[in-house]
Ligand binder design. Structure first.
Ligand code: 5AD
Ligand code: SF4
Length: 440
């Protein structure tokens, strides 16, 4: 492709969180609406969008090595666009360091991608890192096709300023998308084939809006409205902050049968000193009290969390408090990370950075507990009869894979199709999945 030709094919590669996956899908829809075609082989694409993540280490280095790998044997490159949080945080530097990058677009500005690509194809280099997110959503095309499970971003940005985290800087201030737009997008996803929708936000349970009658509603109210869509069977949401877990949302886990019994509620640490230094608004005990209230509403709820080991100054005793909290909760699954200093965040300048080998040991010890509890949770599910939403074929002939209400992977053998919601008995449990037998 010469620099004056408009690209005909594209490939979007998303790194990081589910919100980036959602953004990547929306970018693909925008480009498709311009008459371009998505292809899997990125070496053949005229346009490659690298939709980047900045949350932990080496994200930026990964972007540069990815850019380098896009150079073809004949020395040409596709038209390269860098999107996402690295673009937001380091756009100017990328433009200076990587001449083959022709477009830099932040996560709140990607509705402008088609114009920017056109300008770049005509020989320019384009940067857009403005922050207001409302304009973006209004400018995106209506959704058409969907798999059985779909993401729907309802809220973006974060005002919490945990001291380790870049999100408030890369995604900007908290904004909630309007209720009517979300109900409309959910209908479009269901019309396009979705049976399960996961509502997304950096602080998804901080979402607020006004319903059709002008009443203020929170996430519980939105979930209730979506539950009225007949062909939508399941609603999930992620990621929640403990501070925004209000009574209505807890109660919804008891009263809204389409709200799945799963809650991802990051705690980060079990030490009150560390939690305070992280600027988390909860203590270990207030978090455990909250979990108790959620469990009172929905006793079978599966709990998930995020943990950071080796936050600056974390002592062995403080780390032991985290292990104790894990024991007290009994997570069904969890994500854990070694602390990574992010430029510009307060924690990066705190004293007491932890040696790499200590971090490794702590991460291993923590993951051993989580794995133990995950297996225990799966084993405790044996004998349960539950629904499974069929997502794809398994590796063996006749085998299908889907998710239980508790977000466990379940495999079984029968004649079904993607998108079917089937009843199974859970008959075998491993650490990462369960075997089911179709009922009837
Ligand atoms: N270092 C390590 N982990 C981090 N997270 C966010 N920022 C950092 C960081 N600087 C983790 C938190 C958060 C998850 C999305 O990523 O656990 O909940
Ligand atoms: Fe980052 Fe904390 Fe906001 Fe989560 S709540 S996105 S960890 S600042």
């Amino acid at each position: 492709m010469s620099s004056t030709e408009h690209p005909r094919t594209f490939h979007v590669k998303s790194f990081g969180c589910q919100m980036n996956v959602y953004d990547g899908e929306r970018m693909a829809e925008l480009l498709t609406a311009q008459g371009m075609h998505a292809i899997d082989a990125r070496e053949d694409a005229d346009l490659v969008v690298l939709n980047t993540c900045h949350i932990r280490e080496r994200a930026t280095e990964k972007v540069y090595s990815d850019i380098g790998r896009l150079r073809r044997e004949d020395g040409t490159t596709p038209l390269i666009a860098v999107a996402g949080c690295v673009a937001q945080a380091e756009g100017a530097e990328i433009m200076a360091r990587a001449p083959s990058v022709r477009v830099v677009v932040g996560p709140q500005a990607y509705h402008r991608l088609p114009q920017m690509v056109a300008a770049a194809a005509a020989g320019g280099r384009e940067t857009e890192t403005d922050m207001p997110a409302e304009a973006k959503f209004a400018a995106l095309p209506r959704r058409r096709k969907s798999g059985p499970t779909a993401f729907l971003t309802i809220q973006e940005g974060c005002d919490k300023f945990c001291t380790y985290c870049v999100v408030p800087y890369t995604r900007g201030a908290e904004i909630s998308r309007p209720y009517a737009d979300l109900v409309d997008e959910a209908h479009a996803l269901v019309d396009g084939g979705a049976r399960e929708i996961t509502l997304l936000g950096q602080n998804v349970n901080a979402w607020t809006g006004e319903d059709g009658a002008g009443r203020a509603v929170g996430l519980a109210g939105l979930a209730q409205a979506l539950a009225a869509i007949p062909d939508l069977a399941r609603i999930r949401y992620t990621t929640s902050h403990p501070a925004d877990m209000d009574d209505a949302l807890i109660e919804a886990h008891a009263s809204n049968p389409k709200l799945m019994p799963f809650l991802h509620l990051p705690v980060q640490s079990g030490s009150d000193r560390v939690l305070k230094a992280m600027n988390r608004s909860h203590t270990a005990q207030s978090y455990l009290d909250l979990i108790a209230r959620v469990r009172a509403a929905r006793p079978d709820i599966a709990l998930s969390g995020d943990f950071i080991v080796g936050f600056p100054g974390e002592t062995e005793a403080e780390f032991a408090d985290t292990l104790a909290l894990i024991d007290a909760v009994g997570y069904a699954q969890a994500f854990s990370f070694k602390y990574s200093a992010r430029p510009g965040t307060p924690a990066a300048d705190m004293p007491g950075h932890i040696a790499a080998d200590v971090m490794d040991d702590r991460l291993q010890a923590l993951q051993a507990r989580i794995n133990r509890d995950q297996l225990a949770f799966n084993q405790a599910s044996l004998g349960r009869r539950c629904s499974v939403l069929v997502e794809r074929r398994g590796r063996q002939a006749g085998q299908w894979l889907g998710k239980s209400p508790w977000l466990q992977s379940v495999h079984f053998t029968d004649e079904v199709a993607v998108g079917d919601l089937v009843e199974v008995d859970l008959i075998e449990a491993g650490p990462n999945s369960l075997a089911g037998r179709r009922v009837g």
